[in-house]
Design a protein around this ligand. Structure first.
Ligand code: CAA
Length: 291
């Protein structure tokens, strides 16, 4: 199946990055969000990130202008429904994702492929509640989307080969690399990454190290580009907690028990960079550890 147009539902951290790379690769993009503010913020951010790529000579000014011209923003969900491939990138809550798919269904094009950028929720379960489980799969980008090379492709139990191959073709056109993951809780990247982040929070909780020593240890001692607590703030502590809960519930193993300190930060509304406070406080010029 040929894909010319992409619908992106959710203009947050992941949605704006997905719209950015899709438009740059030549796809017509319809970017949807319920909030006009979120759409305006997303467009401003896409423009800024494209400008940064121009100034670093990764792309030309013409590439940038053409990409911006390919993105249409809308608060109307049905406008997304007629695109060839839809990527749902809303909040990591199953009920919200479910509501989006329910609202899309009556308006969908006959051959439209439905995908979710979920980082952990069962693709098979999301697919089973639509009219096209064979044309449904997981299309999972990493943050920041324009920089990270990997896309996880997750087949639900019913996903057909044509759908998988079509999505693989899109990943290749983006110049990214696909990893094929089976549909088990949190797939590959987050199955490995989140327990490490959760363990870093336990290390803080138990007083083995403070925020600085934990992050420095992993940056300088294991060559990670960001320390685990800095990375947790970057991903969003609510997302980290949601993924740990999916692992804990889905695999029923106490080794995935979310650290109570992670829960406490989320309860405080200290969700990381997006709320300006998490394991670091971002309200000043330089981030300051909060513990
Ligand atoms: N858009 C476009 N380009 C961007 C960008 C953006 N949003 N953010 C950074 N860049 C580019 C910069 O322009 C720069 O490009 P050049 O190499 O051409 O100079 C490059 O990325 C590096 O950026 P910086 O120099 O500003 O910063 P840095 O060297 O500190 O790198 C980083 C920033 C790429 C984010 C790096 O710290 C990193 O790789 N961190 C780890 C990120 C990670 O692990 N992501 C996965 C999270 S898990 C996930 O996403 C899955 C999930 O479901 C939760």
């Amino acid at each position: 199946m040929t894909v010319n147009s992409i619908g992106v539902v959710g203009a947050g951290q992941m949605g704006n990055g997905i719209a950015h790379v899709m438009a740059l690769a030549g796809y017509d993009v319809v970017l949807n969000d319920i909030s006009e503010d979120a759409l305006q913020r997303a467009i401003t951010l896409i423009e800024r990130n494209l400008d940064r790529q121009v100034s670093r000579e990764k792309i030309t000014q013409t590439d940038r202008d053409q990409a911006m011209a390919r993105i249409v923003i809308t608060q109307e969900l049905p406008q997304v429904a007629q695109t060839d491939l839809i990527i749902e990138a809303a909040t990591e809550e199953e009920a919200i994702k479910q509501k989006i798919f329910d609202s899309l269904l009556p308006h969908l094009g006959e051959n439209t492929i439905l995908t979710s950028n979920t980082s952990s929720i069962s693709i098979t379960r999301l697919a089973s509640r639509t009219d096209r489980p064979e044309k449904f799969m997981g299309f999972h980008f990493m943050n920041p989307v324009p920089v990270m090379q990997l896309v996880e492709l997750i087949r639900g139990i019913a996903t057909d080969k044509e759908t998988y191959d079509t999505c693989l073709g899109v990943v290749e056109k983006l110049g990214k690399t696909a990893a094929s993951a089976e549909d088990f809780p949190a797939f590959i990247v987050n199955r490995i990454l989140m327990p490490m982040i959760n363990e870093a929070v336990y290390t803080l909780y138990e007083g083995v190290g403070n925020v600085n020593s934990i992050d420095q240890s992993m940056k300088l001692g294991a060559n990670h580009p960001m320390g685990p607590l800095e990375l947790a703030d970057f991903i969003g502590l609510d997302t980290c907690l949601a993924i740990m809960n999916v692992l804990h519930d889905g695999l029923a193993d106490t080794k995935y028990r979310p650290c109570p300190l992670l829960t406490k930060y989320v309860e405080a509304g200290w969700l990381g960079r997006k709320t300006q406070r998490g394991f670091y406080d971002y309200r000043g010029d330089t981030p300051v550890p909060t513990r």
